[in-house]
Structures are given as C-alpha cells and as structure tokens.
Unconditional design. Structure first.
Length: 433
C-alpha cells in the first residue's frame, strides 16, 4: 500500500483529520491533554489499588520488565500486560499477525507476568479494555496510529498515560519522535538522556512539558547484578565466535525513513554464514516488521525459505522474539538498527554498522552520531570480512577504549538510580502533585 492510501485509511479510522491539522484545534487538544493528565494523576492520590495496563503488540517493543516488577512489589499497583495485534491498516498477512500475537504471549509468559488477550473468539472482535478493564494508568509501547483505534491514546484521554520509546532514539527523525500526535498528548514521556530531553524541548509543541529524563529502561538489565541470563545460543560441536546480524525493516516506499541494507546484504550474509561455518556462529535477529514487509515484496514462500535457512543451518539460528540474552552471550554484532546503535554499546563488545552511501551520519541525531562513531562501518562484503577476520576472530579491536568511555558517560544509571526507579519516582511525583 502506498503512503497516500495508508494515511487515508488512518484518517478514516481515527477521524482526527481536522483536530490534528488545524493549528488552533491541535494546540487546544494538547493543552487539554496536559490538564487531563494532571487531573487523572491527582485522582489516584488516595486510591489503595491502582490498575496499570501495559499495552503490547510485539516482543521487541517491550522495555519495561523492571518497571512492571517494581509495581508488582509495591503492593499499591496492579500491573498487567494487554496483548493485541500490531497493525490493521498496512495489509500485512493475517496469519503472520496472528502468529505475532502468539509469540508475544509466549514472551510475556516466560516472564511470569499477568496478561490478557482481549479477543472474543465468538464474535471475532477485539474488546475495548477501556470498558472491560478500566485501567487507571496506561503504558503505551508504540506511539503509532496503525493499531486498532480502541488501543490508541484517544480512548484513554481521562487516564494517566505513559510512554517509554520502544527504541533508544538515535535517528534524526525529530518530527516523528517528538511531534508525533500521541507523544504530544501522553501525560508522561520518559526520555533516555538529558540530550533527548533537550530534543523534546526544541521539537515538541509541548516544549518538553510532558517529558522526564529517566534513563532508558530497555538497557537497565545490563547494569544489574541480579540478572541471571540463560544461554540462548544453539549448542555447537566446537567453540565458535557468536555474531548477531540484525537488519532493520525499512525496505519499502511506505516507510517514513529507510536505513535498512537488508536487500543489499541478504544473500551476502548467507554466503558468509556458510564460509565461516567452522569458526563463527551466526544469529539472524531481524526487526520483527521485516518479515511482514518481505512477504509483501517477495511473497510468503520465498520469505519462508529465507527464514528457514537461518533457522536450520547448523551454525545459524533465527531469533524472532527477545534479544537481551542473545546480546549478553554474543561476541559481536552487525546491524543497521537505530536503537541497537546505542543498546549494544552497553555490552562493550565490537559492533559494525552496515551503511549505504557516504553520508550515513546525516541520518542520526546528535546523540546518535556519537554512538555511530563507536562502530566499525561496513559498505562492502570485504568490509564485513575484515571485521570478522580481524576484530572478531583475532581480537584486534582498536575501538574498544572509545566504546567503554561512551558507555560510562552516557549509558549508566542517573545519579545512582536505575531507569525503572526514576520512572516510578516520576509517576509518584505526578500523583502527589
């Protein structure tokens, strides 16, 4: 579906063409949203049990383990995850969308978190949790309008709404990230760093009023000593280096931006997996939207064949759910992901960013440029081979000290507090006025 058709479907589904495009109506809507958020928070001050719904579509968008657990432990909050389908408007394969719901369910089950899937089997419809569950606080894990309207901000205007970005924001998509309709309306947005808070002040029409710099909860696990990580890598007969390949999904014209190099390197990476079979184990960790888009571009059969290669080749594996444990037990990564540009640096391990063209830095914001400069850069198959041979296999890693310095300066706890605690403090502060 082209961009015009997609936007028209959204406009019809959400019925918000006028209020989001006429400046005086939009400003009034933003101001009203702030007042509603303050009022919603204050109503919770004397409430003994606060119901908190965490809305989730795709495992990779979940960054809230420790916030959820702090709420469980508090005794005052009752958190639960609401699992619902990702997209209704892009024409993705319905079977794959259903499979994604099940993968998300398995992902949350593994964590032992309470969850609901509000689907009515008899009517074949998704229930409105505003009516059935009536949460007091709603955590969103996606800001976009390509979900069912009943799971968007508009349905929770009288609730305290919160948002943690599903990715560590490194790209120069200031309008997309800081002038997104829902981001302007959420009661609380939790920013990764002070630099990201400044981006919000500069680019959001709220001037950062509804933003708080807390650190990024998606990387908190790497700073904790109490996490015991299972080894999720496939067992090999001999010891091999473990390399992740994580391609982005932006391969078609309907995307707001395109950073993916998948179509350039998809066959190359298969060949390299065979070539280094005796010394390197590869994990294919695609963005979870890539498969949807490949099925539209290549067809379901060719896409399935490609994914099966990674799932079935002895020195390879396919990872379509979480990635924390995959990261922890890896030796290196090759990718073109915006969020992973920062996230993988938390581990101090060597990493290569695949690029096309000579102006790759222009796609990043100021923070992202600094993170990008901690990467080895790959434009050709020879660049990738050099990275695998010299950095991964031989351990010749001249960028290690620079990565460590960046990690220490930008990716650690804020004032000794982990992001989840900072988020809880911000919520409590808003509730208590």
């Amino acid at each position: 579906m082209n961009k015009f058709g997609y936007r028209f479907r959204l406009m019809m589904a959400y019925r918000d063409a006028l209020r989001t495009r006429l400046p005086f109506l939009y400003k009034r809507m933003i101001d009203n949203a702030h007042d509603r958020a303050v009022a919603a928070a204050h109503r919770l001050k004397d409430k003994d049990r606060i119901e908190v719904a965490f809305l989730l579509t795709i495992p990779g968008m979940w960054k809230l383990d420790y916030v959820f657990r702090l709420m469980q432990q508090s005794g005052r909050y009752h958190p639960y995850v609401v699992i619902y389908p990702y997209s209704q408007f892009k024409g993705f394969d319905k079977k794959e969308l259903s499979n994604t719901v099940r993968r998300t369910e398995d992902f949350i089950k593994q964590r032992g978190f309470e969850y609901v899937i509000p689907y009515d089997e008899k009517t074949g419809t998704w229930n409105d949790i505003r009516k059935s569950l009536n949460p007091d606080i709603v955590f969103f894990t996606t800001p976009y309008r390509d979900i069912l309207p009943s799971y968007y901000y508009y349905n929770f205007k009288d609730k305290l709404t919160c948002y943690v970005p599903y990715s560590f924001l490194t790209l120069n998509l200031y309008k997309l990230n800081y002038n997104q309709i829902s981001v302007n309306l959420f009661g609380l947005n939790f920013a990764e760093t002070d630099m990201h808070l400044e981006f919000a002040k500069k680019y959001s029409p709220t001037h950062g009023r509804n933003f708080v710099a807390t650190g990024y909860p998606g990387i908190e696990v790497y700073s904790r000593n109490d996490y015991v990580s299972p080894d999720v890598w496939r067992q090999q007969e001999t010891t091999k280096k473990r390399v992740i390949w994580a391609p982005h999904h932006t391969i078609d014209d309907s995307d707001n931006f395109q950073i993916s190099t998948f179509l350039i390197f998809c066959e190359t990476m298969q060949q390299l997996a065979k070539e280094y079979a005796g010394s390197i184990q590869f994990a294919f960790k695609p963005h979870q939207l890539l498969k949807f888009k490949l099925e539209k571009l290549w067809g379901v059969e060719r896409t399935e064949v490609y994914y099966r290669f990674w799932a079935e080749t002895p020195n390879c594996q396919l990872e379509e759910s979480g990635y924390v444990d995959l990261f922890i037990h890896s030796d290196a990564m090759i990718h073109d992901s915006g969020s992973f540009t920062s996230e993988y640096l938390c581990l101090g391990k060597p990493v290569m960013f695949l690029i096309q063209g000579s102006d790759a830095e222009k796609q990043f914001n100021d923070f992202g440029v600094m993170a990008f400069r901690q990467h080895y850069h790959g434009k050709t198959v020879d660049d990738i081979r050099h990275f695998l041979d010299n950095v991964v296999l031989r351990g010749d890693d001249p960028m290690r000290a620079s990565r460590d310095a960046f990690k220490h300066q930008y990716l650690g706890p804020r004032d000794g507090l982990l992001p989840s605690q900072c988020i809880m403090n911000a919520i409590e502060d808003m509730i208590n006025g």
